[in-house]
Structures are given as C-alpha cells and as structure tokens.
Write a protein that binds this ligand. Sequence first.
Ligand code: AMP
Ligand code: GLY
Length: 423
Amino acid sequence: MKVLIVGSGGREHAIAYCVAKSEKVDKIYCTPGNAGIAEYAQCAPIGAMEFDKIVAFAREKEIDLVIVGMDDPLVGGLVDELEAAGIRAFGPRKNAAILEGSKAFSKDLMKKYNIPTAAYENFTDPQKALAYLETAKFPIVLKADGLALGKGVLICSTLEEAREGVKTIMLDKKFGSAGNEMVIEEFMTGREVSVLSFVDGNTIKTMTSAQDHKRAGDGDTGLNTGGMGTFSPSPFYTKEVEEFCNKYVYQATVDAMKAEGRPFKGVIFFGLMLTEEGPKVLEYNARFGDPEAQVVLPRMKNDIIEVVEACIDGTLDQVDLEFEDNAAVCVVLASDGYPVEYKKGLPISGLEEFEKHEGYYCFHAGTKFDGDRIVTNGGRVLGVTAKGKDLKEARENAYAATQWVQFDNKYMRHDIGKAIDEA
Ligand code: AMP
Ligand code: GLY
C-alpha cells in the first residue's frame, strides 16, 4: 500500500512510525511533514488546508489510504473531499468532526443523550452572556465554540474577569469566528485523563489511557500550551472509572452521533475529568491527541493499518486492540518562550543517539532541514518518549534521554509525570 499522512507534528511522527512498521505498507508520503517524519516518508510542502492540492497529490501518487492527523482539515471536510475523489481516507467526515469543531454542538449532544458533563449554557448574543454571568457561581469557564489551538478556554475567578472574557471571545474576536458562539460552563475539579479510541461508526474500542500537562511551567503554572508532556497509562484511570465510562460515555457518544445522522469513523479523544461525582466529559477531539499519541501509539501491539482499515470498513468489532503491559512518558522539548514568542532555525544535535537505544523515541514536532542540518522550526520542537516497565522507570528513562539532544534555548518542564508519585 501507499499511505499519505496529513499533518506535521509529533503526533503525525508517531503515526508515521506505526505505519512504517506495518507489513502492508510499501511507501509513505506526508504533507507537509517535518524533518523527523522524513525518515519514514517522502514529505511534500503542501499545507494541511490545501485540500485541492492534497487530493491532486494523492491521485498523482496513487495513494491507497490517507490518514488525516490534524483537527483543522478534519473539521474543514478534507475526508469528504478525498472520498468524493474516490480516495480512501481515515478520519471523521465534516458532519462528524463537528464533535470537536463546535463545543456548543458537543455540549448539546451530551445533554440530549445524558452523557455526563459540566452544566452549561450556549450563547450567540454577548449581551445575554453578560446578563447570565450576573447570577453565576465563580470560578466559571468560558469556551469559544470553534477551534482555537487549545487556547479558547478561559477559567475566570471573578465576575470582572468573566465579563472581560466574554469581551475577548465574542466582541474582540480574539479567536476569530470560533467566538461567534460561546459555551459558559460550571468549573469542575479533579484529575484529567485522556482516553483515545478507534471508532467505525458503530463499534468503539478504547486505547490505553494517558495524561497530558497543558501548562507551560512546572507545577502547572504559566500559559496553556498544546501540551508539554504525557504519561501512559494513567494510574487514576481505574477499572471502576473505565466501567463507568463504558456504560455512560463511550458507546453512548458513538450511538448519539449515529442517531443524529452523523456516524463517526476515526479517532474520538475523550478528555475526562474525574470529579467527586464521577467521571465527566471535558471535551471531545476528533483525532489522536498530541502529545498523547507519542505515549499511546508506541505501546500499541496491533498493526495500525489493520485497525484503521477496520474503522473505514465497519469491521472494528473483529479487532482486538492490544497494548504492551508497560508504561511510557513523553517530555516535550520546546523553544524557550513558547507559547508566545520564540526563535526558530536553531541547529539540533544528538538525534542519532535514539537510533542506538530500543524503547526510546524522538518524535519531531517543529523541525525542518536546513541543507543537511536539522533545525528548530516551531515552539514545540521534539517529543522525547521512553518506555519503562512501570511509570517511574519510564519517567527516569525519558528525562535521561532529554539530555541526549541539544539546541539553543531548549526548554522543558521538569515535573512531567509528577502525579505518578501521588497515585
Ligand atoms: P478543553 O479544550 O475544553 O479541554 O479545555 C482545556 C482545559 O481547560 C482542560 O484540559 C481543563 O484543564 C480546563 N477546563 C475545561 N473545561 C473545564 C471545566 N468545566 N472545569 C475545569 N477546568 C476545565
Ligand atoms: N493534548 C491535547 C490535544 O491534543 O488536544
């Protein structure tokens, strides 16, 4: 098979790593890719939103299967366009990717089908949102409806802050049209767990759990980022939590989407909050998480192509998903200043060290070739993943491996997986 992967982050590198292991695959392409993905795939400089060019490229290269890794093209309908051109594609169609693309839609879906989530109201009128705040309890959470690079969620401690938040989202349109509508929801406390799953429209199979670290600084301080590190599995995702979610969350979501005439095929990412009242859904994503994929996929025993094809063909019930009985930790190496302002083009050394060690991976995010050299090309530069027999060993291994790689302004959190010690 010839496989095309759409995206350019650490997640797509982890996907490419799995695709390269498949015996079914002869050739991999990636648009646009990065310097790490280029080890497995022929990368072409086509943006993820350049649908016409992607379709033309897939036709020209006679691609058998396209895997769309990123949210923007999924929400924008790339899978629909590929299918219309007769090209097999993995990921939800536009009418199902709305599960991530509109938080107002996903909240209404959960309410209608009794899927546990925070209490909320949706607003299209900023005046009504402001009026609602007058009688609200604080802290409160404001969410821009649409995609906002993970930045459209504001947690407001006071009425003043919340008023300012409504202005930021709906009037100043800081997140563009994502702020045409807004969700205001109850603030929840508890541990967060990410559960990724494969879905074929009817059947859902969950993968091993993970936990992300969204804030830029140690001790969960600083700004929200795309994710600074992950561990898998989460020790807080107990059998009881899993059973509860099997009963009230996972299949219920798939059935709800089907009942709405929006059958979901692809990956559903459940962002869960383990509250005192039980697990509740924080958010849905319509794709693998980044950097969750970097700790989940290296532990998957299945041939990813077999699973992906089963999702497309509606035969996922015949697949047994299997994960290694170990643990993995990913520490993101960023360029200092991320997520605000940072330098690019800094040479990276030491990458070859990963080839000498089994169970260690260096997933590239913001990297590119500058002649023969690999240089930084983004805020999150690399994701250093290591396995271990348990979480503590994996964490030790991952932090040791962060020292193999050097570039100017290298920045990382030093407390990825600290929660392990509290389990
Ligand atoms: P989301 O993009 O909806 O997952 O929100 C981003 C982050 O904001 C989550 O990972 C949580 O840390 C936080 N968050 C979102 N909704 C809530 C909520 N209702 N209560 C507390 N924290 C929240
Ligand atoms: N790591 C969170 C996300 O992928 O949205």
